[in-house]
Structures are given as structure tokens and as C-alpha cells.
Design a protein around this ligand. Structure first.
Ligand SMILES: Nc1ncnc2c1ncn2[C@@H]1O[C@H](COP(=O)(O)OP(=O)(O)OP(=O)(O)O)[C@@H](O)[C@H]1O
Length: 251
């Protein structure tokens, strides 16, 4: 398998407080990687570094075949290079339909001329149909996004990222607030997505991780504590200590 992302010794210093103290992480092509760990472990900060929202103080982040580390690139350049980030709060346009939201997301990569004057060509239409199908919203295409159920809004947002053809999708607690059925559908969607792009997910819900993970990376106090399948990490003494040692029982 080819690596798509390599983080080497990534450190983040917030005015003297090191949120990341030297993180090494590799993600392979078509991999779904879960990132877990107690509150404050540095999971979100790591996603922020990868997408360019936060600057690493030290270390490097290599993406695909790109020359040099991407950690000094601006956020929009990293997005253009193929790293998409879905934040916890949906950023869909509630007053537009599902279809219009996807059209808008697709146009983000185009020129101003295209955005204003170009009609949707056949490949664009096909792409939108394909994405609608993938995120399970074909039937909802003409509904205003604001009226969608919570889970559907999250899927639309994932669709708006996917339509821009990322090679790596970063998700921060994608199932927060979802019903059991929505979680199940989201898990399947993520695995479906991974056929086309790698997915790195921060998640606290251990049942979801257990059900949908292959490889899990556990972070603790700004470092990677251990890696492996869920069975391996759950039985790792260090992991038991950081979860149970702090009175947490959900690992
Ligand atoms: N902008 C910032 N300035 C100062 N400290 C920060 C900043 N952002 C995060 N931190 C601190 O860095 C540490 C890591 O935070 P981070 O949000 O990455 O952890 P996390 O593992 O995602 O936690 P959670 O699971 O609670 O979301 C925390 O102690 C947090 O308070």
C-alpha cells in the first residue's frame, strides 16, 4: 500500500503549551484511520495542522507526491492539493436545496467565469447524481437543506467535500448527535468513500470505532500512544491506563 500522508515529529506550541509533542503518523491510500484518545490529547490539533488551520511549530507533513512538507502552505492551497476537512458544525446553506448546495461546492474549484456563466455540463451533472446517490440523498435533491434531518445535513456536507475530489478526507466526530440508524449509515458511507479517498476520523464513540475501524491510532498528551486494530489497542496496558486511570470507562 502507498502512503498518502506522513506526519513526522509534528509539534505545536501554543504560547509555551505543547498541544502536540512530536507526532508521527502515516495514513495509506484508501485507508479509514480512526484517531482516538482522551480529551485534550491533541486529536483536533493534529487535524488542524494537516489541513493548514494551525501551523506546526516543528516537524513535517508530507502529502501524496507533493514536493516538500505542506505544513507551511496556506489552508486553501492544502484544500486544492486534495485534503478536505469537515468540521463538526455543518456549513451547508440551509436556504438552498440539496442539489444547489452540491452545485455550489463543485463550483468552488472553478473560475469566476464558470461560476457566473457556465451551464452545467454532462460530466458535472453525472458527478452530482453520483454524489447524491453515494450520500443517500437522491430523494431529497429538491428539499431545502435547512429542512433535512441532522444526519442528512452531515451527509450533505460530506458530499460537498467529496464532490471536490479530495484524496484525504478529515472528519471530526462525524456521528455526534446522530441516531443509531444514522450512525450505521454513516459508518457504511465512510467505508464506501474510502474506496476513492483515504479518511482520517477523530471519534469519541467507542462502539462506532469498534464497529467500523480497522486501524486505530490512540493519542495521549500530544503524542501517539499506540496503534493497531481495536482489539489490540483496547488491550494495551497504556491505553487502559489513560482511559481508566482517568475514570473513563468507555474505551
Ligand atoms: N488555540 C489554542 N491555544 C491554546 N491551547 C490550545 C489551543 N487549541 C487547543 N489547545 C489545547 O491543546 C490541547 C489539545 O487540544 P485538542 O483540541 O487538540 O485535543 P483533543 O484531543 O481534540 O480533545 P477533545 O477530544 O476534547 O476534542 C488541549 O489542552 C487544549 O486546551
Amino acid at each position: 500500500m502507498t502512503q498518502i500522508l506522513t506526519c513526522n515529529d509534528v509539534k505545536v506550541d501554543f504560547d509555551g503549551f505543547f498541544a502536540l509533542k512530536g507526532v508521527d503518523l502515516q495514513v495509506e491510500q484508501q485507508e479509514v484511520r480512526f484517531l482516538i484518545g482522551p480529551n485534550g490529547a491533541g486529536k483536533t490539533t493534529l487535524l488542524d495542522v494537516i489541513c493548514g488551520k494551525t501551523r506546526a511549530t516543528e516537524g513535517s507533513v508530507f502529502f501524496q507526491e507533493m514536493e516538500g512538507s505542506i505544513h507551511k502552505l496556506e489552508e486553501h492551497k492544502i484544500a486544492l492539493a486534495g485534503i478536505a476537512r469537515k468540521f463538526q458544525a455543518p456549513s451547508i446553506f440551509p436556504q438552498l436545496t440539496v442539489l444547489e448546495n452540491l452545485e455550489l461546492a463543485m463550483k468552488q474549484k472553478k473560475t469566476l467565469w464558470h461560476m457566473l456563466f457556465a451551464k452545467m455540463d454532462e460530466p458535472t451533472k453525472e458527478k452530482i447524481e453520483y454524489t447524491l446517490e453515494k450520500i443517500n440523498l437522491t430523494q431529497e435533491r429538491n428539499r431545502l437543506a435547512g429542512f433535512l434531518a441532522h444526519g442528512q445535513k452531515q451527509w450533505l456536507e460530506i458530499g460537498m467535500q467529496l464532490i471536490q475530489d479530495p484524496q484525504l478526507l478529515l472528519l471530526d466526530e462525524p456521528i455526534a448527535g446522530m441516531s443509531g440508524q444514522e450512525r450505521e449509515k454513516t459508518g457504511r458511507l465512510i467505508h464506501d468513500v474510502s474506496k476513492e479517498c483515504s479518511v482520517l476520523i477523530v471519534e469519541h464513540d467507542m462502539e462506532f470505532v469498534r464497529n467500523f475501524s480497522k486501524q486505530v491510532t490512540v493519542m495521549h498528551e500530544g503524542k501517539v500512544l499506540c496503534e493497531g486494530d481495536m482489539n489490540t489497542v483496547q488491550n494495551d496496558e497504556r491505553v487502559i491506563e489513560v482511559y481508566l486511570g482517568r475514570g473513563k470507562t468507555h474505551a
